[in-house]
Design a protein around this ligand. Structure first.
Ligand code: ADP
Ligand code: ADP
Ligand code: ZN
Length: 217
């Protein structure tokens, strides 16, 4: 299984990625998570990308492609992977195609989570993440039992620093201008699997696994 999860910011890519990687036993590669972990550690890469994430702008293609290409050569990616939040530009998609071709590999499917703008805005505005285990909650759709505390590990929840009104608007603009064209790109390659992302997280996952079973296994 060599999968891409495509969808606007806040569409539920991370939420589905957890379920997909458990079921299909493939590594979860989230460029956003990789960038955030470098920012937290204040590495050279972290310092280089911090401003982009803070503003809700895309990190330059060269930087992003290099990171993913390196990651895909690691041993755990040899039989499959799930890319979450990459590619986000046509240039990244083409670089991925070339990189995979060199490795003699091909994508299995591109899952496109279709979610309306007003829904993703509400999902991002209500997103809360556990500082201990990384579990994601939502103030509107999936509240923790105790406010501000993780149900699973009892640690404190935090809000992502880019889930603010202004940054959300920039991220949606970047998505519409730079990422949405990938829908046509993968559709023409016969790889696109559209999924209704407005359903509950479990229903979305059922749709994803149903489509993968039908078309690709
Ligand atoms: P992305 O990785 O695409 O930015 P997330 O998986 O982090 O999205 O989800 C964004 C927010 O929406 C989170 O707070 C999450 O709990 C919530 N969420 C995810 N999927 C759904 C869903 N199907 N229905 C309602 N809320 C959801
Ligand atoms: P979301 O889907 O909720 O926007 P991500 O965690 O995927 O969240 O991305 C967070 C930020 O990381 C983006 O706003 C952007 O600055 C950066 N980023 C992540 N993936 C890419 C990518 N493929 N290309 C460029 N920038 C990226
Ligand atoms: Zn937790």
């Amino acid at each position: 299984m060599k999968l891409i999860l495509l969808g606007p910011p806040g569409s539920g890519k991370g939420t589905q990625a957890v379920r997909i990687t458990q079921k299909y036993r493939v590594p979860h590669i989230s460029t956003g998570d990789i960038f955030r972990s470098h920012i937290r550690r204040e590495s050279a890469l972290g310092l280089e990308v911090k401003n982009y994430l803070d503003q809700g702008l895309l990190v330059p293609d060269e930087v992003t492609v290099r990171i993913v290409e390196n990651r895909l050569t690691e041993p755990d990616c040899q039989d499959g992977f799930l890319l979450d939040g990459f590619p986000r530009t046509l240039m990244q998609a083409k670089a991925l195609d070339e990189g995979l071709q060199k490795l003699g590999k091909a994508l299995t499917a591109v899952i496109n989570l279709e979610v309306r703008n007003d829904t993703v805005i509400k999902r991002m505005a209500g997103r809360q993440i556990c500082s201990g285990c990384g579990e994601t909650y939502n103030l509107y759709f999936n509240k923790p039992q105790t406010e501000g505390i993780c149900d699973k590990c009892n640690r404190a929840l935090y809000t992502r620093s880019d889930d603010t009104e202004e940054t959300i608007a920039n991220r949606l603009r970047a998505y519409a201008g730079q990422t949405a064209p990938l829908i046509g790109y993968y559709s023409r390659k016969g790889l696109l699997v559209p999924v209704n992302g407005e359903q509950s997280a479990d229903e979305v996952f059922n749709s994803v696994s149903g489509a993968l079973k039908l078309g690709f296994l």
